[in-house]
Design a protein around this ligand. Structure first.
Ligand code: KG4
Ligand code: ZN
Length: 337
């Protein structure tokens, strides 16, 4: 079964071809970073217009890379939500129209399900059940994953998502958009001992997160130092350490509460080097295993959507021709497959 995957939920147009026997055949991505950079963040209307421009050229490119003709495609998967509504509508309209023209089934995929299944694209994929830490620009979730669509939320952010906290703190420190990777890069030069920020909500039970206070701690510290650039890397490092340590503490709790040994980490913040190192250490200490997607599949991409779509289409799920997206869509409301 050959599946076309389309990702257009935010500021990346991702297109991929996944084949059930041979795995991922091709993938292509267009990042809108340059388009939004001058505004310091994603401008939804510009995002939608750019998806419209890029999606079909990217489709042509993946067909060429994989030496596949559109007539060989057996199904289409697109990101149905959550995300920016105009951006989602581009993938939904094009995905469903292609499926109708090609007379093949189509499925709308949950973006976070795509992220949490992304490690399945790697050579040593995790087996169910596992705990998933999903940390992106819009969500921070700890999920007990028993199978496809069998998700129990163990904890989530009560305010900013982890990626959002990275982005906002980076902006306050005067770093360019996109802030998360820029802050992480700067933090590499910082002294981890100089400042210590709180580990929010670790003093009470449970797996929920709160990150907005850390942003405030970082900015107050930096302003107290009169915003001098030579202190910026140390502040960035303290912020990153606090986020990483908080996530590690909550992962430990989630593994303990579920009795599971496998931890999957996905979403854009999963690309953070310090977080990856820290969770390797945690897994080693607990005698467990941690699974990540390759770096380029931590952030948004079409491959994870093609894969998740294949799992659902192979289970006989699919949709009729009406076009609908879900800008808000709770992960624990999905059907099992
Ligand atoms: O999953 P993703 O590509 O898009 C969403 O679904 O939101 O995640 C993007 C988020 C952004 O907030 C970005 O700043 C963050 O992931 N991010 C990072 C790093 N790379 C991306 N945060 C910290 N360190 C990184 N290396
Ligand atoms: Zn994402």
């Amino acid at each position: 079964m050959l599946i076309l995957g389309l990702e257009t939920s935010c500021d990346e147009t991702g297109v991929a071809l996944y084949e059930s026997e041979r795995g991922l055949l091709a993938h292509a991505l267009h990042s809108q970073v340059e388009l939004h950079a001058e505004y310091g963040g994603v401008v939804p209307e510009l995002a939608s217009r750019d998806h419209v421009r890029k999606i079909l050229p990217l489709l042509r490119e993946v067909c060429r890379q994989a030496a596949v003709a559109p007539s060989q495609i057996d199904g289409v998967a697109y990101t149905r939500g959550p995300g920016l509504i105009g951006a989602l509508l581009v993938g939904a309209a094009i995905g469903r129209s292609l499926a109708w023209a090609w007379q093949v089934p189509v499925i709308g995929v949950h973006h976070m399900e795509g992220h949490l299944l992304a490690p399945m694209l790697e050579p040593n994929p995790p087996k169910f059940p596992f705990v998933a830490l999903l940390v992106s620009g819009g969500h921070s979730l700890l999920v007990d994953v028993q199978g496809i669509g069998r998700y129990r939320i163990l904890g989530e952010s009560i305010d900013d998502a982890a990626g959002e906290a990275f982005d906002k703190t980076a902006k306050l420190l005067g770093l360019p958009y996109p802030g998360g990777p820029a802050l992480a890069k700067l933090a590499e030069q910082g002294d981890p001992q100089r400042f210590r920020f709180p580990r929010p909500m670790t003093d009470r039970p449970g797996c929920d997160f709160s990150f907005s206070g850390l942003k405030t701690a970082a900015i107050n510290t930096w302003r107290a130092l009169e915003s001098s650039p030579e202190n910026r890397a140390d502040v960035a490092r303290a912020f990153e350490e606090a986020v990483v340590e908080t996530l590690a503490i909550k992962c430990r709790r989630a593994l303990h509460a579920t009795g599971l040994k496998r931890l999957v980490v996905a979403g854009g913040v999963g690309a953070n080097r310090r977080l990856r190192e820290r969770l390797w250490e945690l897994a080693a200490e607990l005698g467990g295993q941690v699974y990540y997607p390759r770096l380029e599949f931590c952030t948004d991409n079409g491959a994870m959507i093609a894969y998740a779509g294949w799992r659902r289409l192979a289970a006989g799920q699919g949709e009729d021709a009406a076009i609908e997206v879900m800008p808000r869509w709770p992960l624990d409301s999905l059907l099992a497959a």
